[in-house]
Design a binder for this molecule. Structure first.
Ligand code: HEM
Length: 101
């Protein structure tokens, strides 16, 4: 829980960059093909709408029921990012006995 909370507030990777390979429409926001997207993980991990009013506080206990229940959104913890280019070393970085994942 302490490791996950540390990754949330002090992520080793605070910003991810992706380029849109096709055009897309995200809830009315048009993203043309080729657009460079900056995904500010450090800011998203401090979003009070997602992590609660005390989002800026160091509170490992919010992970006591697992990563999926720590925030308002199942995939809110982005430290290793998501999808096909997410971190392949996640299992090396985290302890073997981590049963929260
Ligand atoms: C706390 C430790 C770590 C964190 C927070 C972390 C985080 C990340 C993140 C966010 C990405 C995606 C970067 C991007 O797409 O721009 C990534 C990619 C990657 N990570 Fe990690 N990582 C960690 C440890 C490791 C370890 C221990 C290894 C290897 C043993 C590793 C190997 C890789 C590789 C090879 C990629 C590129 C994957 C790809 O592009 O398909 N990481 N990591």
């Amino acid at each position: 829980m302490v490791l996950y909370e540390t990754l949330r507030l002090y992520s080793a990777v605070p910003l991810i960059v992706r380029r849109a390979t096709t055009g897309a429409d995200h809830c009315g926001v048009k993203v043309p093909k080729g657009t460079l997207l900056l995904i500010p993980i450090a800011m998203l991990h401090r979003d009070e709408e997602v992590w609660g009013a005390d989002a800026g506080a160091f509170n490992p206990l919010q992970f006591r029921d697992g990563i999926g229940r720590a925030a308002m959104h199942l995939n809110a913890l982005l430290s290793f990012f998501l999808g096909p280019r997410s971190c392949i070393g996640q299992d090396f970085a985290m302890p073997d006995n981590c049963n929260l994942c």
